[in-house]
Write a protein that binds this ligand. Sequence first.
Ligand code: PMP
Length: 386
Amino acid sequence: MENQIIYLDNNATTPMAEEVVAAIADANALFGNASSMHSYGREAAYAVEQARARVAELIECDPEEIVFTSGASEANNTVFSIFRDIIDLGSKRNRIVTTTIEHPSIVETVKFLRSRGYAIDEVPVDRTGMVSLDVLATYLGEDVALVSVMTGNNEIGTIQPIAEIAKMAHAVGAFMHTDATQAIGKIPVTMKSWGVDYLSLSGHKFYGPKGIGVLAARKKAPFEAFVHGGHQEGGKRAGTYNTPSIVGLGVASEIAMRDLESEHARLWHLREMLRIGLEERIPNIVVNGNQDHCLPGTLDISFPSAEGESILLYLDMEGIMVSTGSACASGSLEPSYVLLASGVDIELAHGSIRFSFGRYNTEEEVLYVLEKMPPIIKRLRGMSTR
Ligand code: PMP
């Protein structure tokens, strides 16, 4: 195993699957503008529509409900922008309800909209990162326009009861959005059965290309373009079709559907192997998130008296790539806001590491990590002045 790279940061991004790379290479030849009426245009449009059908099958909605975007950040921003418009137009429903542990593409949008005077509530979560339905109920009323709750958290993996939350949102007449970016390919994701009105996803989190994602919106759900321009996507999102990436996303969707059950079991096995092994070898560690409702490949652990960033750098020297709690704010030494919002003590939040597994990880790699971790933590704890 020496000199090998062990990539355990699959929640940050995944490598493209071989089939995706091959499909993109073929699709690069389809250079026609998918909106053109000539044969080159129609060829590209056919490939785009085929991919749309695959994504729709993956998340159980109609192909016409799929809108391709540049990723999940744009999809999330679009949803909030739609409801900002609705509120601006004087709707009596003028409040948005979300949670304290959403991805920064929602957290920062909330901060921005609040600074402009919009009423947005962030429902707190418990120590495991779960939204309590009883607590959520106290935030819901006839003035709520939108409820937005992520399916699975990118840092700690906690999975929310989306179907129940959608039911509660609908009971007060609000629309329901879920950011399912981290859940795709790991747990069954279904717009139809969950009853959600909007769903965001991103290609690069499930072996597809970067810079491509989807906002799916049910036909009855309000929609206003976030990017104005040409008539692509029925006027819902302008911009010449990124045919190769869309094709890649379609193939990634097909793989995600095909391998869902086996990958779920495999990822959970690797995650549990690492968790149990670390608990046996290293005293005084804390597993974050909800162990009963957790994305199968996500393991977030706090190592008291050791800094997360130092652990990350020592692991990197051993060829093991992980992230600290606040992956999306990398470069910053701020403790993870997700852990703090879950009521995790600030010292524990500083010492947290996220291991996230993907389709190319093996048991052998877990054994290697189990060998390398204990001396690193021992050394760092010896150095700690806390
Ligand atoms: N939502 C979640 C839950 C995510 O994990 C990410 C990626 N870190 C995003 C949204 C943003 O996705 P994208 O990179 O496609 O903008």
